[in-house]
Design a protein around this ligand. Sequence first.
Ligand code: SAM
Length: 212
Amino acid sequence: MRLRNVPGSREAIAANPMAITEPEQFHGKWNEVFGDNHPIRIEIGMGKGNFIIQMAQENPDINYVGIEKYSSVLIRAIEKCEELDLQNLRFIRMDAEYICDVFAKDEVDRIYLNFSDPWPKDRHAKRRLTSKQFFGRYDQILKPEGIVEFKTDNDLLFQFSLEQVPEANWKLVESTWDLHNDERLCQGNIMTEYEAKFSAMGNPIHKLIATR
Ligand code: SAM
């Protein structure tokens, strides 16, 4: 993603009640943030937020936390929420490497990874959000029956991810190399910004669902 610095974005995020600035404080206590016991689903690398905002609008009985590394990107998602009054959505600006400091064992019901950065160099493989190292982190926060859902148009990253699932001792529940032509798996699909862009260019969208 080409990043434009957005002056003042850090300050604007810190001042916005939808953004949780010290998320470690809520480790094991995210129900207090939302004021209910609804399941918590997170999107890691949410970008400008289309997907998670629409999910939160369509599912008021589920709580959502969007995680994004860069303030210049996260601020765009926060701006989109200004008129929406979504009580079931919060945002965190952080690197997902530290996700286990923020969520406790079994605290997360589902993890969404959409169009994650490919990190094409082999020596950077462990930074990919579908690497076995990241599955190890998800293992520590996800409920036993919880799932990871991953979408991408990147063939090499998808192949890598399909291989990492068993490497990490997880199981593949579903997978497709052409989501938009798979009537069953595409049911209820919500497009992300990248998905809309790449599918308009004719790229097939790949998806996998993994569990333990
Ligand atoms: N999910 C969005 C979509 O599908 O339109 C954005 C996709 S964009 C290619 C990947 C996003 O993930 C970027 O905004 C990037 O900053 C974020 N990201 C990458 N690695 C991350 C990490 N380790 N922790 C948090 N966010 C990350």
